[in-house]
Design a protein around this ligand. Structure first.
Ligand code: SF4
Length: 241
């Protein structure tokens, strides 16, 4: 059984094709800007079998054909990798593309097998510097970087994402560092900058949690442009979402 937060059967936001998105419950990070804090606790969410989910995706296929993608998204899908393997296998048998939206932190044999059945990875690089990464997520970034190395060794398709938060992940020297470190990776098809926004704040407050970024405003266009220009020196495709 999978712990599911919600399902979106027609998702066009931040993606070039139409996709069916499953948001799973539970995360190992607690990012200071998490926009869906209600998905972090493990004990919440509803249980759904992989068969049930598969049937829901399959029903939509006749409408969308080859452009149809199924994405398993946060909050951290690899925590439920074992249950996702049979789902992805069945989706591939039906000719449906699979995508994993992950923070890349969990590593075990199930994740390794899930990688084999995944077509595209949306991988968050919260911060390239370990100390800043801890300040943002409470966890070390070494597993994330190892995961990306593994995807490179497997020749997988990866879209990297970086949330730009003023005062936390907006230091230009680290954009240079990301470029130097990942710019030569063949697996990285694009780099995306996601400017921080405050849309998730009300969820933290509804949970009775203190919002860590109280008083922090979204970045200015100038800062985002500056970061984009740096990344463009290293990546062919840089997008701002
Ligand atoms: S990895 Fe994603 S879901 Fe998990 S806490 Fe961070 S932003 Fe939220």
């Amino acid at each position: 059984m999978l712990k599911v937060h919600s399902v979106e059967s027609f998702w066009t936001h931040d993606w070039p094709w139409i996709r069916f998105v499953v948001f799973l419950q539970w995360c190992v990070f607690k990012c200071i800007y998490c926009e869906n804090a209600d998905t972090i606790p493990m004990e919440w969410g509803k249980e759904m079998s992989t068969d049930e989910l598969f049937e829901r995706v399959k029903k939509t296929v006749p409408y969308f054909g080859e452009t149809w993608w199924c994405t398993i998204s946060g909050w951290e899908p690899t925590l439920q990798a074992k249950e996702l393997i049979p789902l992805f296998k069945k989706l591939h048998e039906e000719g449906i593309n699979t995508c994993l939206d992950t923070n890349g932190w969990i590593w075990n044999d199930d994740v390794k097998e899930l990688v084999e059945h995944t077509d595209i990875f949306l991988l968050d690089i919260k911060h390239i510097d370990p100390e800043w990464h801890k300040k943002i997520t409470w966890q070390d970034n070494a597993p994330v970087l190892r995961f990306l190395d593994y995807l490179e060794s497997k020749g997988k398709r990866v879209w990297l994402r970086h949330v730009l938060v003023p005062g936390y992940s907006d230091q230009m020297k680290y954009f240079e560092e990301m470029g130097k470190r990942f710019g030569n990776y063949k697996c990285v098809e694009r780099m995306e900058i996601l400017p921080y926004h405050r849309l998730g704040e009300y969820k933290w407050k509804a949970l009775g949690w203190k919002y860590p970024l109280d008083g922090v405003l979204p970045p200015s266009n100038e800062v985002v442009d500056q970061a984009k220009k740096i990344l463009e020196k290293y990546f062919d495709k840089v997008m701002v979402r």
